[in-house]
Design a protein around this ligand. Structure first.
Ligand SMILES: [Zn+2]
Length: 113
């Protein structure tokens, strides 16, 4: 499955988002209001995280080799985000609506293809 994470949605420091995603990997449950935007079944046994942080997006496939480290240490050390990707201001209600709308539009476009 693919887990779509957009850190611009929560504006939390990286460790908070990483903890959230770790819980998801462990328990399969995710909180309502967080940066986890969507979960898409793609028929794969492996979880691929698509992480957006600031203007940047990276994909990380959680292989068995790194799974425990991602759960307990976080995913950031496996990504190559530049430093300025971590400077995320707390989003306003408008920002959150815009991000969710943009994502829905993009997803509708993809499924129409
Ligand atoms: Zn978050």
């Amino acid at each position: 499955m693919r887990v779509i994470i957009n850190r611009n949605l929560c504006g939390h420091p990286p460790f908070a988002c990483e903890k959230c995603f770790g819980e998801f990997l462990l328990k399969g449950a995710y909180p309502d209001r967080s940066c986890m935007l969507d979960v898409i079944e793609d028929g794969s046994d492996q979880v691929t995280a698509v992480i957006t942080s600031g203007p940047y997006t990276r994909e990380l496939t959680i292989t068995d080799d790194i799974r425990d480290q991602v759960i307990y240490d976080g995913y950031m050390k496996f990504t190559d985000f530049p430093d300025d990707a971590f400077e995320i201001p707390a989003p306003s209600g408008n920002d959150i609506r815009r991000i969710i709308h943009e994502y829905a539009d993009e997803k509708a476009k993809q499924s129409a293809e």
